[in-house]
Design a protein around this ligand. Structure first.
Ligand SMILES: [Fe+2]
Length: 298
């Protein structure tokens, strides 16, 4: 059973336990989420100049488009203002700032009609984020920057909440990925040869669930949900923001979603920053996840 809770006014502990059971939470745009999206929008519009970021793909050669994203995305990711705005979203949504940790927010672009779906705008095939080395309590937070439609949203393949899929996560090591794959993202235009975790058997895409929110609307889901970028047939690029959270009590107790089929190695534990003071996950908790001794040096 999967339930979509809309604007649910519940304590974070209850929300997390429901998310670990495969439920989804959706919130209407609010001041804190709108501020985050407005900042992303500002950077994107500045980067694309006279073109609307949603339509620039129709006017720019791919190489030029990639060059813009190669500058824009890291600028948003590492901007101190981005972190501040995420901190505001999390406290606004009732997360305990002392026990909630987040990673830097990413800006994603899903172009229409396969204009660019590799490298820096990788179109994610059905996958669980838990195939990429996070703790099983990781939650994903996702917001569209502009209005979206079903045709440029993302899909949840909910029946796989209970059904394992054969996949290549056993070949994925997060620390190796950071060393090589991520840094090379902008070089992979046309063909993407980086090693991604992926399903090794056909995925039944239907039934699938797509959630269409207003811009700055918020979707929260467990990293164990099987989801994908839908083939974008809307004619416009989708721009979205996502970031992840973990809770220190859940990390310490090893609570989270059930692990059906994730066999990756390495850990993302060094990526999360405490909402209150941007400190890393305490070393004794990080050690439970096999963090290397220098894990905090990212
Ligand atoms: Fe994902």
């Amino acid at each position: 059973m999967n339930t979509v809770y809309y604007n649910a006014d519940v304590p974070d502990d209850l929300r997390r336990s429901r998310l670990y059971n495969g439920q989804l939470f959706v919130y209407a745009a609010r001041e804190s989420t709108s501020a985050l999206c407005a900042f992303a929008c500002e950077l994107a519009e500045e980067a694309f100049g006279r073109h609307d970021p949603r339509d620039a793909q129709h006017y720019l050669p791919v190489d030029e488009y990639v060059a813009i994203l190669a500058d824009l995305k890291p600028r948003f990711i590492h901007h101190p203002q981005s972190k501040r705005l995420v901190q505001n979203v999390l406290t606004d949504l009732g997360c305990d700032p002392e026990k909630t940790f987040f990673d830097v927010p990413r800006m994603r672009t899903a172009t229409a009609a396969n204009y660019l779906d590799t490298g820096i705008a990788y179109a994610f095939k059905p996958h669980r984020d838990t195939w990429y080395s996070p703790p099983m309590c990781q939650l994903n937070w996702w917001l569209p920057i502009y209005p979206i439609e079903s045709e440029n949203s993302m899909a949840f393949h909910v029946k796989y909440w209970h059904k394992p899929l054969r996949n290549s996560s056993h070949e994925f090591n997060y620390q190796q990925w950071v060393e090589t794959g991520r840094r090379e993202a902008a070089n992979h235009v046309g063909k993407d040869t980086r090693r991604q975790s992926e399903a090794l058997e056909p995925v039944e895409l239907d039934p699938q669930l797509r959630v269409v929110t207003e811009p700055s609307g918020l979707l929260i889901f467990s990293a164990a949900q099987l989801h994908s970028t839908v083939p974008n047939t809307s004619g416009r690029t989708r721009l979205s923001i996502d970031f992840r959270t973990v809770h220190s009590d859940d990390l310490a107790a090893r609570r989270g979603a059930p692990n059906l089929d994730s066999h990756c190695s390495g850990t993302t534990i060094g990526d999360y920053l405490r909402v209150s003071d941007l400190s890393h996950v305490p070393a004794e908790i990080a050690a439970l996840y096999g963090a290397p001794a220098d894990f905090a040096v990212a």
